[in-house]
Design a protein around this ligand. Structure first.
Ligand SMILES: *Cc1c(COP(=O)(O)O)cnc(C)c1O
Length: 406
């Protein structure tokens, strides 16, 4: 079927929820994707931060094949060893105590919100004064369920579905004074991304994170850190909060967790986790042996292949090359991020869009644009310095050409 026919079919048959690029991808290998004509593309997006081990990774293929022929699903009514194998790994890499498994990022975040509410109820029953409000940040993104959009700042994602969940208060990103002025005992949680993804690759400041931790410690509210995009090694550590030396009460993981098989997880301290008792929260599919086995394989491959060190080294190189490029081209306003979660802010949305399209269709390098003006790089953990050089050269050529036209 031609791309034109595909487009016509989808336009007729699917909900119009996505504006797709006119590109039909048929196959992947390593850090490369191939279209229907056999053209090869360097992938710097990993399916929005999911395919961290690239395409056709033997450890993932082996886990999928082995577990699919053994047992895919039994429900959460029965025991299966692989589920606790994964929970052990996740508690080790996050420094937290207990895991809850689900099927997506939004579901993990939804679970975190419910846990914060349930934990506050528990504290109230124990005689503590603590309310139900959740403090969230401007430019946040936490997913598309009604609970998750309630804590997501962008009005286009939230307002068409009003009334969303009440009791969410947004304050400006990294505004420590607003945090201190707003937070009080009416809040049950402070909730944010350590490194905002969708909002434009915005790192939280050490001072903001430390202040949020202190306020939660003093009041009993939970610190919920969304690591759905930044976690699982993407910044060179298992979670982005580990760069700050500050532990949350609850963290959420998803995107790369099971190598492209849909999966999410909420990981929490013993103190927070005690708020959920049997029957209070659940899912049919979550934590099935299939997804868990693949996630175990992903974590073991990241460890065995030394990928955290690789992401750190090549990520620093990538960032420095982008910074050098920004010194040459005034159209790059700022470079932000850590490891393989990088953003380059372009002076206007039209130029960012045009560069992105030329990167994809002329240079055959796949990336995306977030917050209109930010070119976002979320490559598989396997890209090399040579891939970075190829990318920088392509960006340089496009920016030189754009400057000539302007
Ligand atoms: C992608 C994302 C989500 C939502 O994950 P889904 O799997 O799309 O539901 C939540 N939080 C952050 C930070 C994300 O990047």
């Amino acid at each position: 079927m031609s791309l034109t026919d595909l487009q016509a079919n989808e336009s007729k048959l699917l909900f119009h929820t996505y504006a797709r690029y006119p590109l039909e991808l048929t196959r992947g290998e390593g850090v490369r994707l191939f279209d229907d004509a056999g053209n090869s593309y360097l992938d710097l997006l990993s399916g929005i931060g999911v395919s961290a081990l690239g395409y056709g990774h033997p450890a993932i293929t082996a886990a999928i094949t082995q577990q699919a022929s053994t047992l895919i699903h039994t429900s959460n009514l029965f025991y299966n060893a692989v589920t606790s194998d994964l929970a052990l790994r996740l508690t080790e890499i996050t420094g937290l105590d207990r895991a809850f498994f689900c099927n997506s990022g939004a579901e993990a975040w939804e679970a975190a919100i419910k846990l914060a509410r349930a934990h506050a109820l528990l504290l109230r029953n124990e005689g503590k004064q603590i309310g139900t409000k959740i403090l969230a940040l401007e430019h946040s993104f936490h997913g598309r369920t009604i609970g998750a959009v309630s804590t997501t700042h962008k009005t286009a994602y939230r307002e068409p579905f009003a009334p969303v969940m009440p009791d969410v208060v947004f304050i400006p990103h990294n505004d420590v004074e607003a945090l201190k002025a707003t937070f009080d005992s009416s809040f049950c949680a402070i909730a944010f991304e350590v490194l905002q993804g969708e909002g434009g690759i915005n790192p939280i400041s050490q001072e903001f994170l430390a202040t949020a931790r202190e306020l939660c410690d003093a009041s009993g509210a939970l610190l919920l850190l969304d690591e759905i995009q930044s976690g699982m090694g993407r910044t060179g550590k298992w979670t982005a909060y580990q760069h700050y030396g500050i532990q949350p009460d609850v963290t959420t993981l998803a995107k790369p967790l099971a190598g492209g098989i849909p999966m999410g997880a909420m990981v929490a301290t013993e103190e927070a986790a005690r708020a959920f008792t049997p029957g209070m929260h659940g899912t049919t599919f979550g934590g099935n042996p299939f997804a868990c086995a693949v996630a175990v394989a992903v974590i073991d491959a990241i460890k065995n292949e030394g990928l955290l060190a690789h992401v750190t080294e090549v990520g620093e190189y990538f960032k420095q090359q982008l910074i050098d490029l920004s010194k040459k081209h005034s159209a790059i306003m700022e470079v932000r991020g850590t490891g393989f979660m990088l953003g380059a802010e372009i002076e206007n949305a039209d130029l960012a869009k045009s560069i992105l399209e030329q990167m994809m269709f002329d240079k055959h390098i796949i990336l995306n644009r977030t917050h209109e003006t930010v070119l976002r790089f979320l490559p598989p953990y396997l890209i090399t310095k040579t891939d970075v050089d190829t990318t920088i050269k392509a960006l340089d050529e496009l920016l030189v050409a754009a400057a000539v036209v302007a």
